[in-house]
Design a protein around this ligand. Structure first.
Ligand code: NAD
Ligand code: MG
Length: 392
C-alpha cells in the first residue's frame, strides 16, 4: 500500500528535496497535498508533475491564479491557514513533511501532531516556539515524530531507540551538536560589521532557503537547534555541547558514559535525513552520493566563539530562562533576519535587536497556543519598533 504524503512548504529547498526522494520511490508514496506561500508558477508545475489531491496556497489571490492554472486536472485548490491544517490532519494522510519556514509552520504541524500522523519535522521554529505544547500534542495524538534537521536526524540515529525520561537512563552523557561555523567562521568583528546580505547568503556547505542561511551565518541556526534538541531528546542545556566542524561530514554525535561517541556521517545533502524519515524504519536510496572519505581527508573541530556570534549565547540563555523566552527569541530573530535581508539593519544588529526585545518583554510560563501566538505577535511588533527607532 503506498503512503500518502502532505508536503507543507513544497516549493522550498526541503520541499523540493522531499519530492526528489519521493519520485525515486513512486511505488511507495503518493503525494496527497502540496502547499506554498504564494509562488504560483512553481506550485503549478509541481502539481502538474505530482498530481496531488489538494494544492494549498496561503495567499488567497495566489490560490485563485493557481486554480485557473489547474483547471481540468484532478487537483483541488484551497487557500489559507485552516486549509494548511486540514491537509495536515486529513484522514487519508500518512506522512506530513513540515517544511514551512518560520513560526508560520507551527499550526499546521500542530494539526498533524493532534491527528497522529508521522511528522517529518524540518520546521525547527515549531519546537523553538512551542516545544512543550508540540511534544505534548505528539504524545497525546499518538504521532510519530522524526527529525529532519540533519543534526537531529543524526542524533536520532545514534540515540537509544526509546524516548528517554532522562538521558542518563540510556547511558547518554552528552549530545555533541555539530555546526559548520558558517561563511564567517574566521571573520573579525570589523569584517562582521560590514557583512552584506549577498555574502551571508553564500553558505560554504549547504544549499538552503534564505532565512536558515542567514541563521547559519549568525549561528542563530545552531542556537535554535540547541532548543530543538532540548525538546526532541529531553536534554537539559548543560548536556548539549556545540562543536564547530567546518567540513559538515559528521552531522552530530552522542557521547555515552562508557566513553563511546557515536556519530552519523554523510555528505551534506538533506535527502539523507528526508529518505530516512520517509522510509523509517527501512532505509531508502535518496540519490545521495557515497561519502568519499579520501576526498574528505580530515575532520576538524573547534569551540564556537559566542563573543563574535552572540546569537548562540542568546539562544542558550533563552532556553535556560524557559517559558515564553524562546518564542520571543524566535520572533525577534525572524524580524531581524528579514530586516537584514532587506538592507534595513546591519549583520551585527541582528543579535542587538534580539537581545533588546528579549530584555524588554516579560517572560511567562507557557500555558496555551493562543498565548504563544500573542507573544509572537508582540515580539514582532517590539522588534519592528526597535528597527524603526534605529533607522531614525
Ligand atoms: P525555503 O525558504 O526554501 O522554503 C520555505 C517554504 O515555506 C516555501 O515552500 C514557502 O512557500 C513556504 N512558506 C513560507 N512562508 C510561509 C507562510 N507564511 N505560510 C505558509 N507557507 C510558507 O526554506 P527551507 O530551506 O526549505 O526551510 C524550511 C524549514 O526547514 C525551515 O524551518 C528550516 O529551518 C528547516 N530546515 C531547512 C534545512 C535546509 O537544508 N534547507 C535544513 C534543516 C532545517
Ligand atoms: Mg541543521
Amino acid at each position: 500500500m503506498p503512503k500518502y504524503v502532505t508536503i507543507l512548504g513544497a516549493t522550498g529547498t526541503i520541499g523540493l528535496n522531499t519530492l526528489d526522494v519521493i519520485s525515486r520511490h513512486a511505488e511507495q508514496f503518493r503525494v496527497f497535498a502540496l502547499t506554498a506561500h504564494s509562488r504560483v508558477d512553481e506550485l503549478a508545475a509541481l502539481c502538474l508533475k505530482f498530481k496531488p489531491r489538494f494544492a494549498v496556497m496561503l495567499d488567497e489571490t495566489a490560490a485563485e491564479k493557481l486554480h485557473l492554472r489547474l483547471q481540468g486536472t484532478d487537483t483541488t485548490v484551497l487557500s489559507g491557514l485552516a486549509a494548511l491544517e486540514d491537509v495536515s490532519a486529513h484522514a487519508e494522510v500518512d506522512i506530513v513533511m513540515a517544511a514551512i519556514v518560520g513560526a508560520a509552520g507551527l499550526k499546521p504541524a500542530m494539526a498533524a501532531a493532534h491527528a497522529g500522523k508521522r511528522i517529518l519535522l524540518a520546521n525547527k521554529e515549531t519546537l523553538v516556539m512551542a516545544g512543550s505544547l508540540f511534544m505534548h500534542a505528539v504524545e497525546q495524538g499518538g504521532a510519530t515524530l522524526l527529525p529532519i534537521d540533519s543534526e537531529h536526524n543524526a542524533i536520532f540515529q545514534v540515540m537509544p531507540p526509546q524516548r528517554l525520561a532522562h538521558l542518563e537512563d540510556g547511558g547518554v552523557r552528552r549530545i555533541l551538536l555539530t555546526a559548520s561555523g558558517g561563511p564567517f567562521r574566521k571573520a573579525s568583528n570589523a569584517e562582521l560589521l560590514a557583512v552584506t546580505p549577498a555574502q551571508a547568503l553564500n553558505h560554504p556547505n549547504w544549499v538552503m532557503g534564505p532565512k536558515i542561511t542567514i541563521d547559519s551565518a549568525t549561528l542563530m541556526n545552531k542556537g535554535l537547534e540547541v532548543i530543538e534538541a532540548h525538546w526532541l531528546f529531553n536534554a537539559p542545556a548543560e548536556k548539549i555541547e556545540v562543536v564547530v566542524h567546518p567540513q559538515s561530514v559528521i552531522h552530530s554525535m552522542v557521547e555515552y558514559v562508557d566513553g563511546s561517541v557515536l556519530a552519523q556521517m554523510g555528505n551534506p545533502d538533506m535527502r539523507t535525513p528526508i529518505a530516512y524519515g520517509l522510509g523509517y524504519p527501512q532505509r531508502l536510496d535518496g540519490g545521495v552520493a557515497a561519502l568519499d572519505l579520501f576526498k574528505v581527508a580530515r575532520l576538524d573541530f573547534e569551540l564556537p566563539d559566542t563573543a563574535r556570534f552572540p546569537c548562540l549565547r542568546l539562544a542558550f540563555d533563552a532556553l535556560k530562562q524557559g517559558g515564553t523566552a524562546p518564542a520571543i527569541l524566535n520572533a525577534a530573530n525572524e524580524v531581524a533576519v528579514d530586516a537584514f535581508l532587506n538592507g534595513n539593519i546591519g549583520f551585527l544588529d541582528i543579535p542587538r535587536l534580539i537581545e533588546s526585545v528579549l530584555g524588554s518583554m516579560k517572560i511567562e510560563p507557557v500555558n496555551s497556543l493562543e498565548q504563544l501566538v500573542a507573544v509572537d505577535e508582540l515580539a514582532r511588533a517590539t522588534a519592528t519598533e526597535w528597527r524603526q527607532l534605529e533607522a531614525c
